[in-house]
Write a protein that binds this ligand. Structure first.
Ligand SMILES: CC(C)(COP(=O)(O)OP(=O)(O)OC[C@H]1O[C@@H](n2cnc3c(N)ncnc32)[C@H](O)[C@@H]1OP(=O)(O)O)[C@@H](O)C(=O)NCCC(=O)NCCS
Length: 172
């Protein structure tokens, strides 16, 4: 598969809606236009991947809190860009699309002068955890987060979308 990563443009919004608009539990479709607006306003970088001429994936990184996205407080205070909204179309998965998107995003952030990148990943999302581990992301030192804050030993928590690991990578 021939994978090509480039900045998102307005013409990508319709295919992104079609691919990911009904993905359970992920960004609602109206967010795609918001990510583009945030990117145009300088709050974020928004990339898409094409395979053989069709859009098959997307990723964003936020360098500050923006109209369409909050940042994890730990990332915001340390000025660590936060990767968000990584999605690959089911038919294109496990062929290196996410790896290409994340690698291109890291290179773009480096060009912008950033030396770290962070991601929060759901505690139940094993495929994504393995992807980030393979790409060199390490868990931070706080263990499990719940609703954006480190959890403590003995907490009784629900394993919903608010239960996340926080992983970071140095960009060198
Ligand atoms: C997670 C996701 C982005 C991976 O995309 P992908 O294009 O299939 O990933 P890649 O092909 O680039 O995989 C790179 C590495 O990630 C790991 N990986 C990816 N999918 C995996 C899976 N289902 N099971 C185990 N490992 C997986 C592998 O280590 C793989 O390397 P390898 O093929 O050399 O073993 C994709 O499954 C997806 O869109 N899921 C739904 C949305 C989501 O979970 N987004 C992440 C939010 S944090």
């Amino acid at each position: 598969m021939n994978i090509f990563v480039r900045p998102a443009v307005k013409a990508d919004l319709a295919p992104l809606h079609q691919l990911f608009g009904s993905a359970p539990d992920y960004d609602p479709p109206e967010k795609f236009a918001g990510h583009l607006a945030d990117s145009d306003a300088g709050f974020a970088t928004f990339l898409v991947a094409e395979a053989d001429g069709s859009v098959v994936g997307m990723v964003t990184a936020y360098t500050q809190k923006a109209p369409m996205a909050d940042m994890l407080p730990a990332f915001e205070t340390q000025k660590i860009p936060e990767m968000k909204a990584l999605q690959v179309a089911p038919v294109a998965r496990q062929q290196g699309v996410a790896k290409a998107l994340v690698t291109a995003l890291e290179q773009e952030l480096q060009k912008q002068g950033h030396n770290q990148i962070g991601i929060t990943v759901r505690a139940t999302n094993g495929a994504a955890q393995r992807l980030y581990a393979k790409l060199g992301y390490l868990p931070d030192t706080h263990g499990l987060y719940y609703q954006g804050k480190p959890a403590s030993q003995g907490d009784l928590l629900v394993l919903d979308r608010a239960a996340q690991w926080c992983m970071v990578k140095a960009l060198a």
